[in-house]
Design a protein around this ligand. Structure first.
Ligand SMILES: CSCC[C@H](NC=O)C(=O)N[C@@H](Cc1ccccc1)C(=O)O
Length: 652
């Protein structure tokens, strides 16, 4: 699939990137140019994040019809049951530190599968939440990373992948639903990436990325003695293949291919005959394809200019499943059917509405919104809508992005602004709700989430434009995005900063180091600062993607010179603008030392540098208190050094 390493760095995760150091102005304090009120980070982050279990599992409980969801209403993610009749929810787990995410109900009773790592170290284990509330760890072991892979059609067994045999390879085990006895069903000797299991348990689909432009799919027949993966995408040249799902009858694999043009299309591979046929062709990437339990409904989504365009096809009528008019406008997500396919649950979200859980009875058309995610202290009028805005970059290439313009920003009242850079390489800033962005905008900062060349979602030509050129044209696009903002009469041309997380943090630090006059401040959120070390120390469980990552970014064994040339750490003497660095101590992808060393080096320049470390977070911040601290730190830093609220502090 033409995605660089399973992009996780859209705005969803950006929302979680927050760090900080001191208290911000509280409600009513400070000034807001327009809009109905300026709010503290607490107000924005006291929205609740809801998500539905059940991708490959069961979101509806077979015995009670209750929904399995994750929520961070206590400040820490936990699993809950949500009653569609009453909208009441009950906590199934009570974690006060590590985030717990709901995975699936057991098909025949009230047990649930959940997953949790330790402090953001990404070593997730799979647990059973037993009927008495205790947790049984199905995948114990200090350095074990495991994930749920699906249920057998009869509900008697489920599959889990774990890297306990070899930290670099995920083997597949089948577990008995009654006593959790397990058996190895596939030893992953070549460290391929397990992607899907057919509902009848016979077929395992694996992905083998060679480069970000060229990947394959292999199938294993788990009913056969010979479990050698069989290549089903033999091809010449560069084609990116990826797995969406198996059909519910286990007869076909639905897969992504970019062979036929710019976009990822969905195709159907008939396992018995090997015949292939297009399923969904569009002028945007197909994001996913999924089915209701019997296969009557096919759910698919397009990544339409940063918005998620979901279709639910009723294969019985051949028409689109129309949801009641009372379902609010916004992007649908996580569409889940009950086993009888008489009810459907889903999330609805938009840039001005955090995701809420909705439920519809397909027979009566009755619709209920089951959650209220937005903090009631927030007036929706205080929020700003995402706008897709394109600009011409330094070489004439059109760059798309998502703009958030503060209420009241005008030529008479120009505002400071930030270019926000997503992670990756190859991620995309998308138009979803972000408490972090809304908090910044509410405090008078315009935010432009620019999708520099190399971003996903705009076709494969655009996607590959940054290959082995990182820190060059993609960075110049971000500099050009700053110029674009400065040219707007409603933006202060003396107050444009850059902010980003991970790869976006790299671009942020690189902008300050290689284009020292381009931005007035930078906020680097767990950004890569030293590619030599980062690429040498990637987590062992990235083995399936290592070759493709090294192909795209360069191999640290042979490309050290280039890696040094593009790494901000080795050019830190050029950084002369105020810098805020934020880091999770347990981050397994961008190690804390990356931030420690940049902070030390830039401080030696006598430049204002603020540094915040979260001891209990990894690559993305999950605890509400940390998100609030982070967001407060961003605004306090920007008030001081970008808006210029306290010039004496800037002179320190
Ligand atoms: C399995 S490939 C790793 C790249 C991955 N991309 C998207 O999720 C990722 O975690 N990228 C980081 C930056 C990074 C890139 C390469 C090595 C370490 C970190 C990110 O932007 O989140």
């Amino acid at each position: 699939m033409a995605r660089k390493f399973a992009s996780v760095l859209g705005l969803g995760l950006v929302t979680a990137w927050l760090v900080g150091c001191e208290a911000p102005p509280q409600d009513g304090a400070g000034t807001q140019d327009a809009g109905s009120g300026r709010h503290s980070a607490e107000v924005f982050f006291n929205t609740t994040s809801f998500s539905l279990a059940g991708a490959g599992g069961h979101a509806f409980s077979a015995d009670t019809g209750q929904l399995l969801i994750s929520s961070d209403e206590t400040g820490v993610f936990n699993a809950y049951r949500l009653d569609p009749e009453t909208g009441t929810r009950e906590a199934l787990t009570q974690s006060t530190d590590n985030a717990v995410f709901a995975v699936s109900w057991f098909p025949a009773d009230g047990r649930a599968l959940v997953t949790m790592d330790e402090g953001g170290n990404e070593l997730n284990h799979v647990y059973v939440r037993e009927l008495d509330g205790t947790l049984t760890d199905l995948t114990p072991g200090e350095n074990v990373k495991a994930s749920f892979s699906g249920w057998s059609a009869d509900g008697a067994q489920f599959w889990i992948t774990t890297n306990e045999r070899d930290p670099a390879a995920f083997d597949l085990y089948v577990y008995d639903a009654d006593d959790y006895e397990r058996a190895l069903v596939f030893e992953n000797a070549d460290a391929l990436a397990p992607a899907a299991i057919s509902p009848d348990g016979r077929w395992l689909a694996l992905e083998r990325p060679r480069t970000s432009a060229d990947s394959d799919i292999l199938l294993v027949d788990l009913s056969s003695e010979d479990r050698t993966p069989r290549l089903i995408t033999a091809h010449e040249g560069n084609i990116a293949y990826g797995v969406y799902t198996f059909t519910p009858d286990s007869e076909a694999l639905v897969y992504a291919t970019d062979e036929h043009g710019e976009w990822n299309q969905a195709w159907r591979y008939d396992i018995e005959t090997g015949e292939q046929a297009p399923l969904i062709e569009a002028e945007w990437d197909v994001m996913y394809v999924a089915y209701s339990p019997s296969g009557r409904y096919r759910v698919s989504a397009l990544n339409a200019d940063g918005f998620t365009d979901v279709s639910i096809l009723d294969e019985e009528t051949g028409g689109e499943l129309l949801l009641p008019a009372s379902v609010p406008a916004g992007d649908l997500a996580s569409v889940r059917f009950n086993p009888a396919e008489t009810q459907v649950a889903f999330l609805v979200t938009s840039s001005t509405a955090p995701a809420n859980v909705h439920w519809v009875d397909l027979r009566s058309g009755e619709h209920r919104q089951l959650t209220e995610a937005l903090n009631p202290a927030l007036d929706p009028e205080d929020l700003v809508e995402a706008q897709v805005v394109r600009f011409e970059s330094f070489d004439g290439l059109e760059i798309p992005g998502i703009l958030y313009r503060p209420h009241g920003a005008s030529a008479d009242n120009p505002v400071p602004a930030l270019v926000l850079v997503h992670g990756g390489p190859g991620g995309q800033s998308r138009a979803g709700y972000s408490a972090m962005i809304q908090h910044l905008v509410n405090n008078g900062y315009a935010v432009y989430a620019a999708n520099n060349r190399g971003s996903s979602g705009y076709g494969k030509t655009f996607f590959h434009m940054d290959d082995r050129r990182h820190g060059e044209e993609d960075l110049r696009d971000i500099v050009a995005a700053g110029d674009y903002l400065r040219a707007q009469d409603w933006v202060r041309d003396d107050a444009v900063g850059v902010i980003g997380g991970s790869y976006g943090g790299y671009i942020t630090a690189a902008a300050l180091a290689f284009h020292p006059e381009a931005f007035d401040v930078g906020i680097n959120i767990f950004g890569v600062t030293n590619w030599v070390r980062t690429l040498q120390s990637i987590p062992p469980w990235w083995e399936a993607f290592r070759e493709a990552l090294y192909d795209e970014m360069g191999d640290p064994a042979t490309d050290e010179e280039r890696h040094r040339a593009i790494s901000p750490l080795f050019h830190a003497q050029n950084i002369v603008k105020p810098l805020l660095v934020v880091q999770g101590a347990n981050d397994p992808r961008v190690l804390q030392v990356e931030s420690d060393e940049l902070v030390e080096a830039v401080r030696a320049n006598g430049v204002p540098v603020e540094y915040v470390i979260f001891p209990d977070e990894g690559h993305g911040f999950l605890r509400r208190e940390n998100r609030i601290t982070a967001s407060n730190a961003y605004v306090a830093f920007l008030d001081r050094y970008l808006r210029g609220d306290a010039p004496e502090a800037a002179a320190e």
